[in-house]
Design a protein around this ligand. Structure first.
Ligand SMILES: [Cu+2]
Length: 96
C-alpha cells in the first residue's frame, strides 16, 4: 500500500492568543496548514529550525513537508507566534 500524506493535512488554528490544538503529532512527510481565525497578525515559528512565516488575519499558510523543516531530526518541536509568545502563544508538534 502506498503511504502518502493524508487527504486532510493537519491544521493548527491561531487566535488571540493561542493555538489550537496546542499539541499535535504529524508525519514528517505531511504538510501543515496554519489558519489565522483571529483579528491580529500571527505567525508560526518552529524553534530550532529555519521556519517562520506570518499568517495574516483571516489567512492561511501551508508549511511544506515537515521533513524539510526539521531535516533528519524528527522529534518534539516547540512552535510559537513570535509576536505573542510572551502571552503564551506557544505549542508543540511531534514530528515522526
Ligand atoms: Cu500571535
Amino acid at each position: 500500500m502506498d503511504v502518502t500524506a493524508s487527504a486532510t493535512d493537519p491544521l493548527i488554528v491561531a487566535r488571540e492568543s493561542f493555538f489550537t490544538p496546542a499539541c499535535l503529532v504529524v508525519s514528517a512527510g505531511q504538510s501543515l496548514v496554519v489558519r489565522n481565525e483571529g483579528n491580529a497578525l500571527h505567525n508560526l515559528t518552529v524553534d530550532g529550525t529555519w521556519f517562520g512565516m506570518d499568517v495574516p488575519a483571516g489567512g492561511e499558510i501551508r508549511v511544506p513537508s515537515l521533513a524539510r523543516v526539521v531535516g533528519a531530526n524528527p522529534g518534539n518541536y516547540t512552535f510559537s507566534c513570535s509576536y505573542h509568545s510572551a502571552a503564551g502563544m506557544v505549542g508543540r508538534v511531534i514530528v515522526r
